[in-house]
Ligand binder design. Sequence first.
Ligand code: HEM
Ligand code: HEM
Length: 126
Amino acid sequence: MVASLTVAALALRAGLVLRRSRRGDRRRTSLSRRAHLRLAKPAVGLLLAGFIAGPLSVLALRDWQPFRTFHGGLGMLVAGLLIATALMGRRLETGRSRGFDAHALLGLLALLGAAVAAVAGFILLP
Ligand code: HEM
Ligand code: HEM
């Protein structure tokens, strides 16, 4: 999960490069767009894989009830935000939407939530 969060943070940084170039006078390059997509897609995949593995591990290895922890609740919120970010990102990518601000805000909230979840996850470690 630490690795997935790192990739997600790099994706956010690449997204913010795009944002600055959109708002300033600098030309946005297809290179920086590719950099964002190359990081953001695996980041979302890795985080969602972790979101599925968490409750499976809780069931199989711990014999707990899934989603009874604060960490699990935050995880659900983060997963929802990530899916919304990715769906909006996909629409931006294919040119069906120009909601850059909404995508950026959702992505930022998802990552902030994931950071809080990470803190809350450490106390669950055996
Ligand atoms: C970790 C999740 C993600 C974060 C934190 C994130 C963040 C951002 C940010 C901050 C921007 C700049 C918005 C602006 O110009 O104001 C952006 C742009 C964009 N993102 Fe994401 N994003 C994420 C995931 C994705 C995914 C999964 C996709 C595609 C499936 C995607 C596609 C795009 C596209 C196409 C743009 C616009 C690029 C352009 O204007 O040429 N993003 N993203
Ligand atoms: C460094 C960051 C993280 C650490 C150290 C961590 C650690 C853990 C641990 C130890 C468990 C219990 C599994 C077990 O021992 O059987 C767990 C469960 C879980 N994790 Fe994480 N986690 C992290 C990040 C995340 C993130 C970012 C998400 C959301 C995308 C997430 C979603 C979940 C979920 C949904 C569960 C199941 C909890 C439940 O059923 O109550 N985790 N995590």
